[in-house]
Design a protein around this ligand. Structure first.
Ligand code: SF4
Length: 369
């Protein structure tokens, strides 16, 4: 029998596992703290667990971390890790330090089936869902590797955004336990306001998340009308804008913030005209608590799209602001390491291929952790 990966469990799951081993429930809390708060990599490090339990765990359980294929640090401090998830698949996480917070952007799938036109992950296609352990391991890695490097036991990551590769709500059963690990006071202790799930609009799953684990919600909107959104976010054909906004309004009843963040990727002469900004105002103003995030498009050859010019972004933002809608224009971060939004996959695929070549010639394999 394969050893169980303990990173796959939230505290409830770990408690059930410990009970199966004939252990008391509080042992699960101890174990959980060792894994997520102290970053233990080996059961032998867990000094307050009975030796008998530690040796029991050696036989049946493991702490499966992700292998790092590469790490790149930007001149602005952003770090991008490319992780090997086996079978020739790789996913990325991006660490974004700012003055008052440190955000980790996490992937939920290898590839993505939604196929948004402006997203290089979408162009890559879908490989597979990540397990809970693979989602959590990205946070584990960033938190504990950085703590070690900085020589601190203080918490590093203050915010998590599920905005890396993949549509998190299409990997719901793995996502929710991973969110619970992030929120648990015995785990990473993040507040619900500081954990954001970003979705392209999987309406039934927005309703489920509202019941199961209502964290902050961001929605990839990108267009003010259905005909345009159908082209940019194909999922819109299944869940059109009116249904999506109704689900967002229902979500707000239980959300930790009183607004939904709408992401809007600025595409030159596609969705960035002032008239489209007015349509967006008509769509959202006084209809839903919201904040709009205008995102610079990160061009990749297969998209045939162009990043909006700065004056067009400013003019678009001005219309929204004048209408009283809180609007931010996202700064690009990690440009020199291709860590910006929607840039994760093209590079990943190339590097994955390179990695496969390296695996075939093991002498040259060089992993950074
Ligand atoms: S934007 Fe998100 S949902 Fe759309 S293809 Fe990219 S990863 Fe998938």
């Amino acid at each position: 029998m394969d050893a169980v990966n303990l990173l796959d469990y939230d505290l409830e799951g770990l408690t059930a596992f410990c009970e199966q081993l004939g252990e008391k429930r509080f042992r699960a809390t101890q174990l959980f703290r060792w894994i997520h708060q102290k970053g233990a990599t080996d059961f032998d490090q867990m000094s307050d667990l009975a030796k008998s339990l530690r040796s029991k765990l050696q036989g049946v359980a493991t702490l499966k971390r992700l292998s790092v294929i590469s790490e790149h640090m930007s001149s602005d401090g952003t770090i991008k890790w490319l992780f090997d998830v086996g079978g020739g698949n790789a996913v990325e996480s991006v660490y974004i330090p700012e003055d008052d917070r440190a955000t980790l952007c996490i992937s939920s799938q290898a590839g993505c089936a939604v196929g948004c036109r402006f997203c290089s992950t979408g162009h890559q296609g879908f490989s597979r869902n990540l397990s809970t352990g693979e989602i959590v391991a990205q946070l584990w890695h960033a938190e504990h590797v950085l703590r070690q490097r900085l020589g601190t036991s203080d918490r590093i990551i203050s915010n998590v955004v599920m905005m890396g590769m993949g549509e998190p709500l299409q990997n719901y059963s793995a996502l929710v336990p991973a969110l619970k690990v992030m929120l648990d006071d015995h785990g990473y202790g993040l507040s619900r306001r500081r954990v954001t799930v970003s979705t392209s609009g999987v309406v039934p799953m927005i309703d489920r998340l509202r019941e199961d684990c209502p964290v902050a919600l961001a929605v990839s909107l990108h267009a003010p009308t259905d005909p345009l959104r159908d082209q940019l976010v194909p999922l819109n054909k299944k869940y059109p804008i009116a249904e999506l906004l109704a689900a967002c309004n229902r979500y707000l009843d239980k959300a930790p913030r009183d607004f939904i963040t709408f992401e809007y990727c600025m595409l030159q002469e596609v969705n960035d005209a002032p008239e489209q900004a007015h349509e967006l105002v008509r769509l959202l103003k006084n209809k839903i608590g919201c904040k709009i995030n205008l995102i610079p498009f990160n061009p990749f050859p297969a998209s045939g799209l162009i990043r909006s010019t700065h004056p067009r972004v400013q003019a678009f933002a001005e219309v929204l602001i004048q209408a009283g809608i809180v609007t931010t224009v996202r700064k690009t971060r990690g440009d020199d390491i291709d860590a910006a939004c929607g840039q994760l996959a093209g590079e990943v695929q190339d590097r994955t291929r390179a990695h496969i070549r390296m695996v075939r010639a093991p002498v040259t394999v060089a992993k950074s952790a």
